[in-house]
Design a binder for this molecule. Sequence first.
Ligand code: MG
Ligand code: MG
Length: 630
Amino acid sequence: MYKSIATVSLSGTMSEKLDAISAAGFDGVEIFEDDFLAFDGTPEELGNIVRDFGMDISLFQPFRDFEGMPEPHRTRAFDRAERKFDVMKELGTDLILICSNLSEVSVGGIDRAADDLRELGDRAAARGLRIGYEALAWGRHINDYRDSWEIVRRADHPNVGIILDSFHILSRRLDVAPIRAIPADRIFFVQLADAPMIDMDLLYWSRHFRNMPGEGDMPLTDFMRAVVATGYDGPVSLEIFNDQFRGGFAKAIAVDGCRALVNLMDEVDKTEPGSNIALSSMPPKAVMHGVEFVEFAASDEGEADLADLFQTLGFSPAGKHIAKDVTVWRQGGINLVINKEKQSFAHSSYVLRGTSVCDIGMMVDDADAAIARATALDVQSFKQETGPGELKIPAIRGVGGSVLHFLDQKTNLHDVWDIEFNALADEDANRHAGLLKIDHLAQTMGNDQMASWALFYASIFETDRAAMFDVIDPGGLVRSQAIEGRNGDVRITMNGVESGKTLAGQFAEESAGSAVQHVAFLSADIFATAQRLRKNGFQTLEVSRNYYDDLEARFGLEADLSDRLRDSNLLYDRDKDGGEYFQLYSRTFGSGFFFEVVERRGGYGGYGAMNAKIRIAAQKRLLPKKHHYS
Ligand code: MG
Ligand code: MG
């Protein structure tokens, strides 16, 4: 696959952009005229810089308001085109993008437009150049690729082809099946952008909200399947206008772009075999079978606090590492690890972030295949010295610098607790509170990082993505999105924060990007769990009394149930099918980390989003004064 990206997709100076693009592994760039105009050098110099980075200029764009013009505008449009051809010769690119006319002066007419393109095709051919015609979704006369194709077909010129841009097609919800009938040699270029499906003015939507394939809601796989069905083997190029990308780090965005392209084409290869731009052997997506462990980095003092909390939650110390200052605590299928080892990633994470989650162990179907998949997607692998008798557990870097380990049942990796740990007798069995497994992990990140995290998970793992929802924190808005493994064994909620005034935002600031803000455990009987926790001396987050009055009214709850909820400080939600959700929270510790206990009944699949504001208000009441924002 020839991977390309438009320079407008990234922030920075031209050389910063090109550096990021080539480092991420792209083969070519689309040069936008605006970017070129801002560049302090000749077109020839720019072309040389691109080639010095080992890439080509795959396209120059845009050329506007060309076809269907009456005189004298028509003659002027041809003159303008000749000047663009001069620039292209100097840049060293042979393809220009002509987008469909927006001008009020233009008169329309398929044959008139075809005549114009044919004549321009002759002029381009004389100079060894090609022209590609793209239907803008908001073009005055031509705004549907089926019409731009008809124009290109009637132009019937070897130097005139069609450019297909997924955004302009999918934003108008056009049928992509007719793409399959376009001969491959008539398709000169393919541009890709995804976008969230929002009802918005097309131009504004396009200029500000495009995102990487897989980050939005558009059926890009269907679009690309139709393209590869033609036999097309040309460039696949990202043309992404996005305010956050233009304000973000070029390097990270370029890597995401490459990851998104590879992930998309992998999807296409699987569903539309025989593609001419197939990827070379891409390992399949990993299937997640549960969170095997959550590891905390701590000091002696932090360990004492954590141990207290674990104990009141009903966990027992279950094993000591054979060589390291690492302890595993267990209850049901939940393993919580405390790592105090000085020479370790955990320690550097502790120095940076204090007591916090530094590592997650994910049980997958095949750990080695998962690593191979991640590596093929340009995710950094993570290696740490292992001592004698220790397993080499494959690991990668998460987006925020955290670490994700992979374990499986195929090899002896799942025996890590027996192999690397000396078992401790469970003297606290009567404290167990019926916690069975990890229900979900909640990660917090800057709003602008959220799409990148979602892409990270969705490209490595088999996942479903739940809809976005907003949580109202008294200090601002928190956007949430859940990623769920296909079999429902693993759930991760991501909270994107804008403001340091929100609780999640404060957490993100104080924990220097440590992402896991809470861990939720599943109970089969949360009332029994709550009772046990109380005996254990667990400090439940107290919920305001008013909440229960409102709850009674909202769901028509029996007074008895509402009393029981109130007694145990449980939060409650019910979905439209009668599925029920019960939650209780710990108080926060460290820079705002907390635990949650949940029970799901009747197939409830959510996270009690509407209760988040109650939880946040209760947590804020307990914060030391200096934390009382807004
Ligand atoms: Mg385009
Ligand atoms: Mg939760």
